[in-house]
Design a protein around this ligand. Structure first.
Ligand code: UD1
Ligand code: MG
Length: 468
């Protein structure tokens, strides 16, 4: 018995029924392209089996997009692609793989997977392979399932020896009623593929070369019926994409709850597949977690926070209505309510960003505080420095951005602006209401406001009286 397997993922289709021009394999589901889910499942299966394996992806429609996506993903740079020039059907796609990657003929088995089935896991691949191993005379197995609504799927027609698959378009009325359908996941002996693939014709209603023709009643092939149809739900329309997207996110939240994350109202949280949340964290309703966001243990995220590609360390608190994009928040820091952290921001341990504070590309050290109504851009703020209400780093001169550096243990009074580039040292003090244009050394006091004039009894000149 052989011990090598070529895994071929078919991703050349345009996805006509999606009505969009992006290749279907790159349609985003719970934050990731469809292709990514299938590749991950295939890679896991290959890693955990004792088989020598390789993954190849057949690309076609807008192939540059798929190729650059594969290249951009470190885990997947070893994956080779084959080019199906015209999308003439799934059998033609597999042919393209063997044309461009002829060493795939040398693998004992060929596993074929479709890119449009993101709920698939290594479990289904394992089960399929087990059946193949247990029955050495088989030349192929196909994963099937029973469904109440078989519309759109190929129907399984059982024969005396093997079985055949008839696509919906080619089914007669009787065949249409069959509830056992093809999932489009197969494991075949490569020798069988070599014998049959070239002989498949396109004489059917679609005029396409169907890979399903590798299975015939007279072949030694077996359908492996799975209990649940969920792992095989294929995405052909935007409606199906929305349904599967929801299923993936629901499953994700269920898993997080099992792992110890408290959701006050799980139905009202939107979370993408790759997001991580640590134990004993509490998530209030209305939050959105996107991309590569990683949240540590015992973090509190209050209602209506939007957190994208950010890292939040343990014991931090993100209070209601805050917006974080590519930001880092370290242990026990507090953000918000209603704060905005923009890309390149790092908020140190125990630091505090209060309401209506915007921070961009800035680093605040441990214990620094900006509690109210401020803009911090292109700045570095040292440990335990306290910034009063209404502070602005004037970082932009209309053409270029400039840096502000403020040391540790410094106090900035309310309603100050600093005109960057500028440096304010450690243990310094800036008087409230100042516009600071020159740097202040360590221990220095800065005041930059016009002198007050008080005229006794002069108020009545300015107080308006109502005309009757
Ligand atoms: C396919 C099966 C059907 C099965 C269903 C399960 C065939 C002929 N039919 O139908 O029996 O019930 O999946 O979801 O295989 N692709 C290419 N090149 C092409 C055409 C398609 O690479 O020329 C790729 C697509 O990108 C996709 C996969 O093959 O990832 C399946 O194609 P799709 O058009 O979705 O087939 P279905 O109609 O769903
Ligand atoms: Mg499909």
């Amino acid at each position: 018995m052989g011990n090598s397997i070529g895994i071929v993922i078919l991703a050349a289709g345009k996805g006509t029924r999606m009505k969009t021009d992006t290749p279907k394999a790159l349609a985003i589901c719970a934050g990731k392209p469809l292709l990514d889910f299938v590749v991950q499942a295939a890679v896991k299966f290959a890693k955990n089996s004792s088989l020598t394996s390789e993954v190849g992806v057949v690309v076609g429609h807008k192939k540059e997009l798929l190729e650059s996506w594969l290249q951009a993903n470190k885990d997947q740079t070893r994956i080779k692609t084959a080019w199906q020039k015209e999308q003439n059907g799934t059998a033609d796609a597999l042919k393209a793989c063997f044309n461009d990657l002829p060493h795939f003929w040398d693998y004992d088995y060929t596993l074929v997977a479709c890119a449009d089935t993101p709920l698939i896991t290594e479990f289904e691949f394992n089960e399929l392979f087990k059946v193949m191993q247990e029955n050495p005379t088989l030349v192929g197995v196909a994963a099937t399932f029973e469904t109440a609504n078989p519309t759109g799927y190929g129907r399984i027609i059982q024969g005396v020896k093997g079985f055949k698959i008839v696509e919906e378009k080619d089914c007669d009325e009787g065949q249409k009623k069959i509830k056992e359908v093809n999932s489009a996941f197969y494991i075949l002996k490569t020798s069988h593929v070599k014998e049959v693939l070239g002989k498949i014709s396109n004489k059917n209603k679609s005029g396409e070369f169907y890979l399903t023709d590798l299975f015939q009643e007279e072949f030694s092939v077996k359908s492996v019926k799975f209990v649940s149809e969920t792992p095989f739900l294929g995405i052909n329309t935007l409606e199906q994409l929305a349904q599967v997207d929801k299923l993936i996110r629901t499953k994700k939240i269920q898993k997080l709850m099992v792992d110890g994350v408290r959701f006050l109202n799980p139905e009202q949280v939107y979370i993408e597949y790759d997001v991580e949340i640590g134990v004993a964290s509490t998530i209030y309703p209305g939050c959105t977690f996107l991309g590569k966001t990683k949240i540590g243990n015992s973090v509190l995220v209050e209602s209506n926070c939007f957190i994208k590609d950010s890292i939040i360390s343990s014991d931090a608190e993100i209070l209601a209505g805050s917006y974080l994009d590519e930001a880092i928040v370290l242990e026990s820091a507090t953000i918000g309510p209603m704060a905005r952290l923009r890309p390149g921001t790092e908020i140190g341990p125990d630091a505090k960003i209060g309401n209506f504070v915007e921070v961009k590309k800035s680093k605040l050290a441990r214990g620094a505080k900006v509690s109210h109504l401020s803009y911090i851009g292109d700045a570095e703020i040292g440990e335990d420095t306290n910034i009063g209400c209404g502070f602005i780093t004037c970082n932009y001169d209309g053409a270029n951005k400039h840096k502000t550096k403020i040391g540790s243990n410094t106090f900035i009074g309310s309603d100050c602006q600093v005109i960057a580039p500028i440096e304010i040292g450690n243990d310094a003090f800036v008087a409230a209401g100042s516009t600071i244009t020159k740097s202040i050394p360590d221990g220095g006091f800065g005041i930059g406001r016009s002198q007050q004039v008080t005229k006794e009894g002069a108020a009545k000149k300015f107080l308006k009286t109502k005309k009757s």
